[in-house]
Design a protein around this ligand. Structure first.
Ligand code: NAD
Length: 512
């Protein structure tokens, strides 16, 4: 339940009826005290939201369970048809929802629109998928027998999402889960609840129009305690959690203890290798957007540049010059390149990281700092910074969710790949080179150890068609495209005997 949504929407020029009201949705009241959502763009209170408590959680799970009993029997292509309409509804409100995401989270309006486009794209993908939930047929070793496998819906999918992609990551999970016949209970980030409320309105309308139970899509708002209700609940067979590695370890433990499934999308520490054979125009462009886009708050943000020594000085000088031209300011103003960090805690972490890299011997190429004065009243705007550093520095080994880029020098490609892999995380990686041997070595089994490895594009900005996710402390999960849908279903192997006898497998004789 929320209040304040209409005023906030009107303030940024959004029609409340597009995002803020719907029929057929039952908002449960909670006795808990409401909490507030502030915009990092201008520091304004944009809404007060009531969190779920154990009582409302139980009501939501009961509804989700009932909804699953109906939804799993709807043929998958018909489920796809409803998801197609959700995609169309998102097309209609793309500008408004993109703006709300930008205002609530602080990413640029263009990136807010991009996030909604990703939601539309995954709906389209899911529609096609709804006719392609294929299982294999297998030749039986026994005469007169047939084997095949089929994929069935799992049940209630719990989705825990991070603040930085407040709506897209939910849709990656939800659109696939829905066509797979699952129902979703979403626990969005407590730092961006209003965008989640808007999404619930948008999809709730579509399910209601089709006479489908609203429990197919549920929303529970709150902090980690509400997330823990999902991770500990044996009625939730799959918990898909996106966020920090710290959170992922806790969720994995809770879900693992009850032998449930978790799909984890956690922190990254992404690097671009720039070789002496790189097209430096492309390399600089890729590194710049990768490092400062979304104010360094993407899981795929470029955090390390591993640069061959012969081009190191040129890359450093050109990057410093590009950074001097960055315009920092309100994300809704399209002239600005860099918006705010999500909140003041994030600013503190950014400042602490800068102190730490300096204390460890790092040298500023472009120093950081917090911006103040007119337009920066929220206290969340910081300067993107660049430091010369070494890979083994403690701070370089960690993900700081802010625009801080570390420059690291190398001599041989083998050394560069070892540096790239020499961190606990394994999400996204890239090499900038026009040399085929270098590119292929980077992509080989002895190359990058990340879930994403690119050539001549940066580390951020994945397309929904590919499976998205990473290794090591990034959690191992894969979402979105390719065959990621299999995580949302249970596989069943069927053997059918159409003969008149009952031969046993492996030729075992058991005659009486
Ligand atoms: P966070 O870990 O603080 O919170 C993420 C979500 O987890 C929130 O909804 C939070 O309430 C919930 N949560 C926290 N502790 C929990 C617990 N013990 N049990 C259940 N739920 C819990 O992360 P954040 O600050 O919102 O997001 C930034 C992080 O997310 C970064 O590390 C970033 O790399 C990562 N991220 C990863 C991906 C990916 O696909 N790999 C995508 C986006 C963000």
């Amino acid at each position: 339940n929320t209040f304040g949504i209409s005023q906030s929407l009107q303030k940024i020029g959004i029609k409340p009826e597009n995002l803020g009201s719907s029929t057929g949705i039952n908002w449960l009241d909670s006795v808990e005290t409401s909490f507030s959502s502030f915009s990092p763009a201008d520091g304004e209170l944009i809404a007060k939201v009531q969190p779920a408590n154990t009582e409302t959680y139980e009501a939501v799970i009961a509804q989700a369970h009932l909804a699953f009993e109906k939804w799993r029997t709807v043929p998958a292509p018909q489920r796809g048809e409803i998801v197609r309409e959700i995609g169309n509804a998102l097309r209609e409100v793309k500008e408004d929802l993109g703006k709300l995401v930008s205002y609530e989270m602080g990413k640029s309006y263009q990136e807010g629109l991009g996030e909604v486009q990703e939601m539309i794209d995954i709906c389209d993908f899911a529609v096609g998928l709804s006719r392609q939930l294929y299982g294999l047929t297998i030749h039986s070793e026994r005469p007169g027998h047939r084997m095949y496998e089929q994929w069935h819906p799992l049940g209630i999918v719990g989705i825990i999402s991070a603040f930085n992609f407040p709506v897209a990551v939910w849709s990656w999970n939800a659109a696939l889960a829905w066509v797979c016949g699952d129902v979703c209970v979403w626990k969005p980030s407590e730092k961006a609840p209003l965008s989640a409320v808007a999404c619930q309105h948008i999809v709730g309308k579509i399910f209601a129009q089709h006479g489908m139970p609203e429990g197919i899509s549920s929303l529970i708002i709150g902090d980690h305690q509400v997330g823990e209700l999902l991770s500990h609940d044996p009625r939730v067979p799959l918990v898909s959690a996106t966020g920090s590695t710290r959170m992922g370890k806790l969720v994995a433990k809770a879900v693992g203890e009850r032998l449930g499934r978790s799909l984890l999308e956690l922190g990254g520490n992404n690097a671009i290798i720039i070789t002496e054979n790189a097209d430096l125009d492309i390399a600089i462009r890729g590194a710049l957007f990768g490092a400062v886009g979304t104010a360094g708050q993407r899981c795929t943000t470029t955090r390390r540049l591993i640069i061959q020594e012969s081009v190191y000085e040129e890359v450093k000088t050109r990057l410093a010059s590009a950074y001097s031209k960055l315009v920092i300011g309100n994300p809704l103003d399209e002239r600005n390149h860099v918006g705010p960090l999500i909140d003041r805690d994030a600013v503190e972490s950014y400042l602490a990281a800068i102190d730490k890299v300096k204390a460890e011997g790092g040298k500023a190429v472009v120093d950081g700092g917090v911006l103040g004065g007119k337009g920066f009243e929220s206290g969340c705007y910081v300067k993107p910074a660049i430091f010369e550093a070494e890979n083994h520095f403690e701070i370089v080994q960690h993900e700081t969710f802010a625009p801080i880029l570390y420059l690291i020098k190398y001599k041989t490609l083998a050394e560069a790949i070892a540096l790239q892999n020499g961190v606990p995380q394994g999400l996204s990686s890239a090499i900038m080179t026009t040399n085929m041997r270098e590119a292929e070595a980077f992509l080989s089994a002895a190359g990058s150890d990340c879930g994403i490895a690119n050539v001549n594009i940066g580390t951020s900005g994945a397309e929904i068609g590919g499976a998205f996710g990473g290794e090591k402390e990034t959690g191992g999960g894969r979402e979105s495209g390719s065959d990621a849908w299999k995580a949302y279903m249970r596989r069943q192997t069927n053997t059918i005997n159409y003969s008149t006898s009952l031969p046993l497998a492996q030729g075992i004789k058991f005659d009486i």
